[in-house]
Ligand binder design. Structure first.
Ligand SMILES: [Ca+2]
Ligand SMILES: [Ca+2]
Ligand SMILES: [Ca+2]
Length: 131
């Protein structure tokens, strides 16, 4: 008897996860936000694709005094979950474009495989970096 209940439960669960998967796939098709970024369509975002996507517009938005560097006051208020000092390679307390992009990429590439997969990309989006 107990076995019956268990297998019914398993069946129910697999039906649920099956429809969740289907919903996810639908989501990907209808709302594939990675699509425009993932230019070679391999399901992940490379560093080049990342830089190209966030591009000059994003940097320009952050660089409010347009001196080509991001300083502490320009950096504060962002939702990157990292500090300026963590991204500042040369320790001058300001970020160049390269420091910002490299640093952000490394911050979001949590499994360090040098590409951003879907889950990692979601974090980029929720940090407000993607547009
Ligand atoms: Ca600046
Ligand atoms: Ca720097
Ligand atoms: Ca990764």
């Amino acid at each position: 008897m107990k076995k019956h209940i268990n297998s019914a439960l398993v069946l129910a669960l697999s039906l649920v996860s099956g429809s969740l998967l289907a919903a996810n796939n639908m989501n990907d098709m209808n709302n594939n936000q990675m699509g425009e970024v993932d230019q070679d369509n391999n399901g992940s975002v490379s560093k080049t694709e990342f830089e190209r996507h966030i591009g000059d517009r994003f940097f320009g938005k952050m660089d409010r005094n347009s001196d080509g560097m991001i300083d502490e006051s320009e950096f504060s208020g962002t939702r990157f979950g990292s500090k300026l000092s963590e991204l500042d390679r040369d320790g001058d307390s300001r970020l160049t474009k390269a420091e910002l992009y490299n640093g952000l990429f490394e911050t979001f590439d949590t499994n360090r495989d040098m590409v951003l997969d879907k889950d990692e990309w979601k974090k980029v989006q929720s940090a407000g970096i993607s547009h």
